[in-house]
Design a protein around this ligand. Structure first.
Ligand code: BGC
Length: 515
């Protein structure tokens, strides 16, 4: 899932930037939200590759899997019910996120996070105790509802609690927590598969309760944000809260800005209509295409199904789960590369480099699998050959983790003017969840039909999106959000959508981020 916006309303002014206990606790809660999301992404593939789990819930898949390697390996996991176990979460999250945005606005961020946390706890209990497929899928749906609520409230809570200076960093920090959640899930799967009696999957599915408990308890202990108090008409309480979380009484500038931002957002009666205006066309197209492309990189084929994929190419239980741990580690470490370079090298350089790297790896992986398995899907491969495939999958994951992973969250959150930012963010999250569902549901069938060509299929999309970025995404590094419109105005293609009078209020004295 997408992390959501870290919204800056600072207007470039200096506010108190100290990390108080509240800010620290807010970060802790927010990280737990990222962990829940990541854990849910990483856990299902490992579990669905465990024999004891398949025997209990998906006996047909288990029987097909047990058949000799002389049968078509590409299709052995092809079951709509099995993929529904993974993907139902994202459909539920999509539906829940619409409701969650109203709850987050009307009742405050705190109760929305609390609701999300409780729902995940109940979902974890259903999954851990599951006796049949219905309980399993019900559990996944509850987890999805929780993820939908957290996806709306946690990033907003974090951005409103944190001092302005920290917002950009926290934005990628949320993605980092997602990757750590995925890795934690991979490690736990690797550990529990050894448990005698074959019930280790129950531990895997229940442990999401740990970060969920932190967020549930945390949300009860933490106050609501000043922005939310103000939005709901409690002006005095909002000001008192702002002093409390900043640890100083010197918050007048920030408070005045909050009041001004709140007034502006009250004036905007129709953000959904506004976003359709011609002058916002570039941002609208980006906020639909970026999350769409992010999912079409095929990353979740690896994040969801790495262990299943590795079993498909002939690895045993242990080796498959170990390989997933390795890809998980690469994912975490490569995200740091993005954190270190994004404001210097810029967004475009990372997108173009990461895209090229992913494309090359996809061609290599597809070809390596194609050479051995052909179109019939019958082969046994050597350990060295298998390791070579895992290596190129890791290089592919690294390319994603420093480009489309974090930038898929960062870029949409920084290109919108305030008046349509929340509408834009909702579109970003919804498109991301919808295509996460589509890929989750269709991957095993696509693998069965497209065979090794599946890697070329995603490679084709990566080529399209890399060319698209090259032609259509202007550089946004170091550009204050208020001046972002100038970047679009100067762009060779998007410039014609923006009239001269649309940029008059910004002024044109400065050189915008070198554009
Ligand atoms: C994507 C997820 C993906 C994750 C991998 C996120 O940015 O939205 O779908 O699983 O990155 O690290």
């Amino acid at each position: 899932m997408a992390g959501g916006a870290i919204i800056s309303t600072s207007g470039g002014k200096e506010y108190p930037g100290k990390i108080t206990l509240f800010v620290f606790l807010a970060c802790l809660v927010a990280s737990s939200g990222g962990l829940v999301a990541g854990y849910d992404i990483g856990i299902s593939g490992g579990v669905t590759s465990m024999d004891s789990f398949l025997r209990n819930f998906f006996p047909l898949v288990y029987r097909k899997e047990e058949e000799h390697t002389s049968t078509n390996q590409y299709c052995k996991f092809d079951s709509q019910l099995l993929t529904l176990f993974t993907s139902s979460l994202y459909l539920a999250a999509l539906v829940a996120s619409f409701l969650a945005s109203t709850v987050t606005r009307e009742l405050g961020r705190k109760w929305s996070m609390f609701g999300g946390g409780i729902t995940v706890l109940v979902g974890a209990a259903f999954n851990g105790a599951a006796e049949n497929v219905i309980m399993l899928i019900l559990g996944r749906i509850l987890l999805g509802v929780g993820v939908g609520f957290m996806g709306q409230s946690v990033p907003l809570y974090l951005s409103e609690m944190a001092p302005a200076k920290l917002r950009g960093m926290l934005n990628i920090g949320f993605q980092l927590m997602i990757t750590i959640g995925i890795l934690a899930a991979n490690l736990i799967n690797y550990g529990v598969v050894r448990i005698a009696g074959g019930w280790g999957w129950r531990i895997s599915l229940s442990l999401v309760a740990v970060p969920a408990a932190i967020i549930t308890i945390g949300s009860l202990l933490l106050p609501d944000t000043p922005n939310s108090l103000l939005e709901r008409g409690h002006a005095d309480a909002a000001k008192a809260m702002l002093s409390k979380i900043r640890g100083t009484d010197d918050v007048h500038d920030e408070y005045d800005d909050l009041v001004a931002a709140c007034e502006v957002s009250k004036l905007i009666k129709h953000p959904w209509k506004n976003i359709l205006e011609r002058k916002y066309r570039p941002q609208l197209i980006m906020v639909v295409l970026i999350p769409f492309f992010q999912q079409l990189t095929g990353i979740n084929v690896i994040m969801f199904y790495a262990p299943v994929l590795f079993k498909t190419i002939g690895f045993g239980d242990d080796a498959s789960l170990m390989s997933a741990v390795i890809t998980g580690l690469v994912n975490v470490f490569a995200t740091f590369v993005s954190i270190a370079t994004v404001d210097r090298a810029g967004r475009r350089a990372l997108f173009l480099q990461g895209g090229t790297q992913m494309l090359i790896c996809q061609i290599i992986v597809g070809t390596l699998i194609g050479i051995q398995f052909g179109t019939r899907g019958v082969a046994t491969i050597s350990k060295a050959y298998g390791s070579c495939i895992v290596f190129f999958i890791c290089v592919y994951v690294a390319g994603f983790a420093w480009s489309w992973g974090p930038l898929g969250i960062l870029v949409p959150s920084e290109i919108f003017p305030l008046e349509i930012r929340s509408a834009g963010q909702s579109i970003n999250v919804s498109v991301n969840l919808f295509f996460t569902f589509v890929i989750g549901q269709s991957f095993l069938t696509l693998l069965c039909h497209l065979k090794f060509g599946l890697f070329y299929f995603f490679g084709g999309w990566v080529l399209i999106m890399t060319v698209f970025i090259g032609l259509f995404l202007p550089e946004t590094k170091n550009v204050p959000i208020e001046r972002m419109i100038l970047v679009w105005k100067k762009h060779w293609f998007w410039g014609k959508f923006i009239a001269d009078e649309d940029v008059l209020h910004v002024g044109n004295k400065s050189n915008v981020g070198g554009v």
